[in-house]
Design a protein around this ligand. Sequence first.
Ligand SMILES: C[S@@+](CC[C@H](N)C(=O)[O-])C[C@H]1O[C@@H](n2cnc3c(N)ncnc32)[C@H](O)[C@@H]1O
Length: 261
Amino acid sequence: MNATGSYQFELLEGRNHEANMLAERAQMRLDGFTDLLKRHGFPEQGRALEVGTAQGIRARLMAEHFPNTHITAIDRSDELIANISSYANLSFQHADLYALPFPDEHFDFVYARLVFMHLTNPIKAIASLRRVLKPGGRLLIEDADRDCMFFEPAPASFSKFWEKVQQGQRRLGGDPNVGRKLAPYLKESGFSNITTEVQPILGGGPEIEFLVRTLMPSLNIYLDPKDRSDGHTAINDLYTLSQNPNASFYHFWFVVSGGKV
Ligand SMILES: C[S@@+](CC[C@H](N)C(=O)[O-])C[C@H]1O[C@@H](n2cnc3c(N)ncnc32)[C@H](O)[C@@H]1O
């Protein structure tokens, strides 16, 4: 198992392409993002931290919508955050979430999206985020659970591909099923007032096409080289499905927050 987890940008082949795809994927469900933050107790003033911000797309939205809150956004990848500029209430920093360079009880809110499914040690990560939260502050985590993705009609090649993707992600130290575990992890870590929302991503051909274009090829790298041609077949079958006017797509995400007492 790899201690650095299942998303290490610097080790990816075709990094420029992946950076573009990551930015496109980050556009998903931007509508409603600030309402989601408000529902989970985002502060109108004070300090908030985003960990694993990548290109800072959500951090920028936070800073624009909450002008009296200072946002600090960190990422372990120097390359991803290298060219983004900080402004009045937003600063970007290169840092590892397991070793945050901030004092205890510094932030009112901490946010992580699509980071936990890549972490080898989620409980240690939560302890690190908890350390920098003020008493009364909240931690909000959004993450997927790869078992909660359905196509109808499902191509026969999909289930084997998906199982191999999940096995490969586990081999690298990530957890493709972390979504369902977030609330139990927060409980185990001493958080209270835990709120869980399940957010649907629903659609048809265009949503399937988006996924096939922006996500599936990046996941093929989790496969053993001997399985990659099966991966290409599954991706092509999904592309064909995206052209079917009767195709349906259902994906459910977990959005979980808890308070530090
Ligand atoms: C899949 S991307 C998600 C990016 C962004 N949050 C989003 O929703 O589009 C995961 C991000 O977490 C970062 N990351 C992974 N492990 C990290 C760690 N230990 N400390 C800080 N960032 C980390 C990666 O560099 C990457 O930018």
